[in-house]
Design a protein around this ligand. Sequence first.
Ligand code: NAG
Ligand code: NAG
Length: 287
Amino acid sequence: MTCDVRSTLFFLFVLIRICLAQNFEVPEPKIEILKPKGFKVTLKDDGYSFFGFRGNINEEFHEVNEGQMKADIVSKQGGYWVYKNRSKKLEVGDTIFYWIYVIKGGKGSMSPFLEYTVSASENEIGVGSPSVNSYTDPNQTTTTPESPLSKRFGKLCEVSKTVVQGENSVCEGSLIFNEDFDTTGLRSLSKWNAEIMFPTEPDFPFNAYIPDNTVSFEDGSLVIKPVLTETQYGEDFLYNTVNLGVRCTGKIDRSECRHEASVLNVFPPVLTAKISTRHHFTSVWKI
Ligand SMILES: *[C@@H]1O[C@H](CO)[C@@H](O)[C@H](O)[C@H]1NC(C)=O
Ligand SMILES: *[C@@H]1O[C@H](CO)[C@@H](O)[C@H](O)[C@H]1NC(C)=O
């Protein structure tokens, strides 16, 4: 009995792990070189509803894009998903660079950056017979803008001119940054920091950036509310010399971090907040 419970629990655990996994495992398809020309890609069916193939001959994919050869296949043949291309004779040492995308139970899984190099033995033997392989199911290959792959990747992976720090490239139309401010405190925001400084050139505004009591979050909104310095610290404070110390986010030992009061240069009369993603997220937006 104990044993049964245990194995049931283990089974559930495995099931949960499988359900939590974003992608399911897809085996590498089999590639065969065809005589006199071309090649064939075969993936054994495992309940898939779609098989997309994108390939280049002797040209590596540097990102996921459409490639020279593309096929979105929506029907299997005798338990296999097959892509054939007979346009080019492949020689020993030629490499097919490719990526595939399959859909199973409504979920997609992509296997990027796959490759296959033609070896000597294969080229001699050759696989497949032209009479069988030349048959093409007219319903097998459809490349339309409506196909799931074009929707998910075709359009998405036009590489954008926008540059995002830490990413090799980003797809046009993709979301590069998102913040819903669903928090109650600044500290729990991982991508943001509050400035603590006296802003100087070019505008020399009459405020200091101090996040105490000036920034709050209300139902997913960032609220920045300036306050009078004298309300917060008392009127005498305006004539003090203030050093923001280690909390300062401006240039240390300059007027951004230290304010020396004089009759004509009182402490900024207004405190407000400024937050930025500096050190966490940087992008250069280009079109
Ligand atoms: C077959 O490959 C050639 C490049 O060798 C490509 O131009 C052509 O579009 C491919 N055909 C299909 C159906 O993918
Ligand atoms: C292709 O699909 C159409 C409509 O679904 C069907 O009538 C036709 O028989 C199919 N052809 C083949 C060769 O399977």
